[in-house]
Each structure stands twice: as C-alpha cells, then as structure tokens.
Design a protein around this ligand. Structure first.
Ligand code: HEM
Length: 350
C-alpha cells in the first residue's frame, strides 16, 4: 500500500514538473491536495489507477469534488443527524449528495464485478471485503467500501491543503522541514521508506500543528453513555448533570485554539509538539478521542505526510501576495475559506 502512495506522490511531482514553468504557478492547495489523495485512495483501496492530475474532468475527480462540497441544506441535515440520530433514521434524512453517493456505489460495484468475472483475488481492501458480501449482503459491504472513498480522500485532502498553506505562510518552518526531509531522502537514496515517514519528528510536528490550528472537523460528536455530573471550575456555576443518552458536541477547534491548553495558539509553532508531554496531550484531538476516534489515522497521516514530503523536497511554496484569504462560510460543512488557500509553487534548483 505504501508503494502506491509513493507512486501517487511521484506522479504529483511529475505533473508539477510538466506544468510549473520557471516563473512558478499558483494552486489552490485543497483542490491540489485532494487530487493527490483521490489518486492514492483509488489505487490503495480499489485498485483503480487514474492519473487524476492529468484528467481533471474525469468522473472520479468530479465525484471527489462534489463530496467535498455538500450543499448548505445537506450540511444542515448532517448537524441534525448528529444531534437527533433517531429522527434522522425515522424520516430517512440523508445529508450526502444522493447522485454522487450512487456514483461512488456504482464505481465500487463495477470494481467488484470485474474482479468476480475475471476470478481476480487480491489481498487489498476490496479483496478483504469481497467474501463479506455473502455474510452481510452486497449493499452493506458497498456502503462500507464507499465510506473509505469519503473518509479516505476528503479529510486527507483538507488536512494536506491546510499544511501546505501553513508552510507557505511560515517560510522558516518550511525550510527547517526541508532540511529534515533532505537528510532522510539522502539516507533512503531518493525514495523515502515507510519507516522514515513514520520517524521524521519535524514532519510529524508540522502535521499536528496544522491540525491543531485548523482541525478538519471543528467539533466531535459523542453520546453520553453513563450519567455524569460535571463540576465547572468556576464555583459560581452549579454542577451540571449530563444524562445518559445526551448527544454532546465537543468543540475541538475552540479547545485547540485556547491559550489555557496551547501557548500562543494563533502562532504556528510546530516545535510545541516536539516536547514529549505536548506530543501526547489529551487536548489535541485532530483525530478525535475515545473508542470512536478515527480508525484511518495511520493511513491518513501516512498519505498526507508522504505527499507533503515529496512536495517540500522538490518545490518551494509561498503565499501569493495578490490574493487575499476569503472568509469562512458558516454554512459550509467543512470550515475552510470560501476560495480555499492560494499558494505559489516554485521548483527548487538542485
Ligand atoms: C488526516 C486525515 C484524517 C483526519 C484529520 C480525520 C479525522 C477524524 C475525526 C476528527 C474523527 C472523529 C473522531 C471522534 O469522534 O472521536 C474521525 C472519525 C473517523 N474517521 Fe477519520 N480522519 C482522517 C482520515 C481518515 C481516513 C483515511 C479514514 C478511512 C480510511 C478515516 C475514517 C474514519 C472513520 C470510519 C471514522 C468514524 C469512527 C467511528 O465512529 O468509530 N479517517 N476522523
């Protein structure tokens, strides 16, 4: 699987080498990163090879984009479904774009059918799911396989887009990261190993710091499983009883940006996560917390770190001075600026 990610990262660099001239080129980083994460998810999860950067109009790219931009009403239903899951079930409310979801189902069904027809057995994600169709039914397995498409590429595209913006905004951090990357690329003779991706401390710190400042999900949704009495630190507030079954929204964006938990929260300081205690702080919840924390953490972070590593090793990123950051639309599902993050890419001279 890591070989497929590396392939995706190399294809991304090949595309840039072809399209970015000497004067550089501006990209919207979420769009750009989502192309890379889409390409790697298609190959890693479904064994489908598409040169996403070369084919921006392909149906796969269009599906990925639509899933990233639910309409305001769909976002509204998503919040309703979190707070009142029973009503949502009862009224059969859906928050995802129906047409797009059907296309994703069709794509996965076609991949299953092709493998069945040609007696192809594979040890990848779809290969492991294939026998479960007989146990849980085709529809359930298709839904599970489709969840990988949404979770595996939309979240990672947003996370990577955010890091690229932070690195462009903080050139000294970018240079420090590049020095670490150069060292590891040299040690691994030009192609980073899986172990190196997991090991690089500054790459990990930059990744966490970006997710701290701008978590992909602004809040976590939980349900209280045991009645609990919370005593607020301010004694003038009476204790609060949280009944079993109460839906809870945990505002992680606010916690991540609270000086009580992170010093100078509005500053991009990856070094804070180099500290052993901070590296494991419970107040960092970029991948959630508790028994329902993100199950794709390892896949997602490896995918993002690999893309960032190849990019920063080969290209210098800077903020385009003529483009202002647009406002975050409160009606949007994910909290990103309306026009994304516009960043200039310039090839490094080696
Ligand atoms: C950088 C990338 C990613 C980020 C920042 C991220 C973040 C999150 C967050 C914050 C949650 C909520 C956890 C909670 O409520 O405690 C979550 C849940 C989840 N994530 Fe991710 N995720 C990422 C990548 C992925 C990938 C690649 C997959 C699948 C391949 C995935 C699958 C899931 C699933 C299935 C859940 C729900 C888990 C459950 O309810 O038990 N995620 N993720």
């Amino acid at each position: 699987m890591f070989a497929s990610m590396t392939k995706g990262a190399k294809q991304m660099i090949e595309y840039l080498n072809k399209t970015v001239g000497d004067e550089g080129k501006t990209f919207e980083t979420i769009d750009f990163s989502s192309n890379y994460t889409l390409e790697t998810v298609l190959i890693c999860a479904y064994g489908i090879e598409v040169k996403v950067f070369e084919e921006p109009d392909s149906k796969f790219v269009q599906m990925g984009k639509k899933l990233l931009q639910p309409k305001p009403l769909e976002a509204f239903f998503f919040y309703v479904s979190m707070l009142y899951p029973k009503i949502t079930k009862l009224l059969k409310i859906r928050f995802s774009n129906q047409g797009t979801s059907e296309q994703v189902f069709e794509m996965i069904k076609a991949a299953f059918d092709y493998r069945d027809k040609n007696n192809l057995e594979s040890k990848d994600f779809l290969g492991n799911l294939a026998p479960l169709r007989a146990v849980f039914g085709e529809k359930s397995v298709l839904a599970l396989a489709a969840a990988f498409f949404v979770d595996g590429q939309a979240t990672t595209g947003l996370a990577m887009g955010g890091i690229l913006y932070d690195l462009a905004k903080n050139p000294e951090v970018q240079q420090k990261l590049r020095e670490e990357l150069n060292e590891y690329f040299e040690k691994d003779k030009g192609q980073l190993s899986y172990e190196s991706i997991q090991e690089m401390p500054y790459l990990d710190a930059c990744f966490k710091e970006s997710l701290r400042m701008q978590p992909v999900l602004g809040f976590l949704t939980k349900v209280c499983t045991k009645t609990y009495t919370y005593t607020p630190p301010d004694e003038s507030h009476p204790p609060i009883v949280i009944e079993k079954g109460t839906p809870i929204l945990l505002p992680i964006h606010a916690i991540h940006n609270d000086p009580q938990y992170f010093d100078e929260p509005s500053k991009y300081i990856p070094e804070r996560f180099m500290d052993k205690e901070m590296a494991n702080t419970k107040y960092f919840m970029g991948f959630g917390n508790g028994p329902r924390a993100c199950i794709g953490r390892r896949f997602g972070s490896t995918q993002v770190k690999t893309g960032v590593a190849y990019l920063i090793h080969n290209y210098e990123l800077s903020l385009n001075p003529n483009i202002k950051l647009s406002k975050i639309d409160p009606w949007e599902f994910f909290s990103v600026p309306k026009d994304g993050f516009r960043v200039d890419f310039r090839k490094l001279k080696k």
